[in-house]
Ligand binder design. Structure first.
Ligand code: FMN
Length: 147
């Protein structure tokens, strides 16, 4: 079974860390989702910008994927939690690409307030077979230690 891991990471690379561990464990391919425009400013400023974006269900432009989803049977999608849901870049990913008929595993990293992220992600994975979703908690101050 060929597996592709797609993830977004912003602050400490927490989501990236989990994605890389999965890559090692599963011998999977991996690709980071990147916004066309980088977030600027302090962590707190991005937290505030993120709040507005989540409220508006804003979908930032993301760089095109280099990997072809059609080449994979199983897709793992990882997101940091932004205001109790997925990061906006992952909302864009799920709306721009189809994961229909794929086995999909979802994971989120969070700082103690996991919200409704996994439910929201699953809703956007139209036609996919969603398995084994998982939340992984890191530091409550947005840091990089798992609890
Ligand atoms: C804009 C923004 C909003 C956040 N909202 C939440 C939240 O609602 N719940 C939570 O537990 N953590 C929240 N966090 C913390 C991150 O989800 C957490 O630190 C995550 O592991 C960061 O992953 P990353 O290092 O891959 O970006 C937020 C962080 C940012 C930047």
């Amino acid at each position: 079974m060929k597996t592709l891991i797609l993830y977004y990471t912003y602050s400490q690379g927490n989501t990236e860390k989990i994605a890389n561990e999965l890559k090692q464990a599963l011998n999977a391919d991996i690709e980071k989702i990147e916004t066309e425009e980088q977030y600027k400013g302090s962590y707190d400023e991005v937290v505030e910008q993120g709040k507005r974006e989540v409220e508006d269900q804003y979908q930032p432009s993301i760089k095109s994927l280099n990997k072809n989803i059609a080449d994979y049977d199983r897709i793992i999608i990882g997101t940091p939690t932004w205001w109790y849901t997925m990061a906006p870049a992952i909302r864009t990913l799920l709306n721009e690409y189809s994961f229909e008929d794929k086995d999909v595993i979802l994971f989120q990293t969070h700082a103690g307030w996991s919200g409704h992220t996994l439910i929201d992600l699953e809703k956007l994975c139209r036609g996919a077979k969603v398995l084994n979703s998982k939340a992984i908690q890191f530091d409550s101050d947005g840091g990089s230690d798992t609890t």
